[in-house]
Design a protein around this ligand. Structure first.
Ligand code: UT7
Length: 360
């Protein structure tokens, strides 16, 4: 039997911070509302492109695994905020890393994208068709936000996380997974005029998000809970066998409701949204890296991951950790520095959006 072991991990959080207080200076909201309704206190805002975040996270994951970029068979790049659509972003990452032997594809399943990629790539390794894979989730959601929409703009942050998976005879990595998409919920979280159809229909391109937070909230809790229960049942394990839970980091109240519904304990749950907010598809690999850095992941642990996102896509994945919990190597590779604050970066984004609106 071949397993898809996680042998490397890395993340990249841009340095500029945007606090709840900063946000109160550009829209009508309050620090108290954001903290109480979401658990979020601060988030990171990127001064670079999406692919640069992905590059740093990926190079760190490769150094951690002590694997050369040339050994990668596939780059699976999950993102909702691709810098370019044609050709795909994964090929940009291939070039920047020198991953000359890799097949490259992007995957968009919104915040569930990393789990979709992780499950698919684990299956490819387990079936024997590839040996070493880079799964990366990277988002620059700040570029997609409408900073006059307080219902959505307060929720998100930028960042990337990556994992290197490799064929192994040791029982570890993906144990069980379940993915899905709730039908008839597309309109709950959508950017309807952000594609070629808008152009074909002579409508102006517009990246305004249609966002129905309350409905998403309910679907997120029920969808993730069902997915978690299903993967546990399919694998013959109970919640008592799970050592760590890494949920998508959208809202602390969603995580608490999920944990309550499962009958789990918050002590087992990794929470990073207070300092990184919702980084969409990157939130699970970033949270995993943080848990590893804090020594919360132990050899042989069983880890349950669950996510939901626009679509509404959902998924849960059960993973058995291997023996190694420390990196084999490290790298000096980092983002270029910036003197700008998070607030300055979003003020620039607001100005760019205003002048773009004049053009359309
Ligand atoms: O990962 C996938 C994407 N993430 C999500 O989709 C997140 C899912 N949803 C949520 O996390 C929550 O639904 C929100 C945090 C978005 C909203 O929390 P809520 O408890 O569902 O609030 P609500 O939408 O019912 O709004 C309650 C009130 C409203 O005022 P009225 O109508 O009661 O007077 C809103 O206008 O809060 C108001 N409100 C705000 N007030 C201050 C909404 N956003 C804000 C804000 N600041 N930023």
């Amino acid at each position: 039997m071949t397993y898809a072991q996680i042998i490397g991990w890395g993340s990249c959080l841009p340095p500029a911070r945007l606090t709840n207080h900063d946000i109160t200076t550009v829209m009508e909201t309050s620090e108290q509302w954001i903290t109480e309704r979401t658990g979020i206190k601060t988030r990171r805002i990127s001064h670079v492109k999406n692919v640069e975040l992905a590059h740093v996270a990926s190079v760190r994951a490769l150094a951690c695994a002590n694997v050369s970029a040339k050994d990668i068979d596939v780059i699976a790049y999950a993102t909702t905020t691709a810098d370019e659509v044609v050709p795909n972003t994964a090929s940009m990452l291939q070039r920047s890393m020198g991953a000359t032997n890799a097949a490259c594809f992007d995957l968009n399943a919104a915040c569930t994208g990393f789990l979709y990629s992780f499950n698919m790539m684990s299956d490819m390794i387990r079936s024997g068709s590839v040996k070493t894979v880079l799964v990366v989730g990277s988002e620059r959601l700040s570029s997609l936000m409408n900073w006059s929409r307080r219902d959505s703009a307060i929720l998100f942050g930028d960042g990337a996380g990556a994992m290197v998976l490799q064929a192994s005879a040791q029982e570890s990595g993906f144990i069980q997974g379940k993915l899905g998409c709730i039908e008839d919920t597309r309109e709950l979280l959508a950017i309807p005029d952000f594609g070629l159809d808008a152009i074909a229909q002579h409508r102006p391109l517009d990246i305004t998000i249609d966002f129905h937070g309350k409905e998403i909230f309910k679907n997120a809790v029920t969808g993730m809970a069902r997915a978690c229960t299903d993967v546990l049942e399919q694998s013959g394990l109970g919640l008592e066998d799970v050592d760590l839970i890494i949920p998508h980091q959208a809202n602390l109240r969603i995580i608490e409701a999920l944990v309550k519904r499962l009958g789990a304990d918050m002590d087992k749950v990794v929470v990073t949204l207070d300092h990184y907010a919702n980084t969409s598809t990157s939130s699970i690999p970033i949270a995993l890296c943080e848990a590893l850095g804090q020594g919360r992941v132990k050899p042989g642990m069983t880890i349950l991951m669950a996510a939901f996102g626009a679509g509404l896509t959902w998924g849960a994945t059960l993973v058995k950790w291997g023996e190694r919990i420390t990196p084999l190597g490290s790298t000096d590779v980092d983002l270029p520095p910036t003197d700008k604050t998070g607030l300055e970066l979003i003020q620039e984004a607001i100005a760019i959006r205003a002048s773009a609106a004049d053009r359309f």
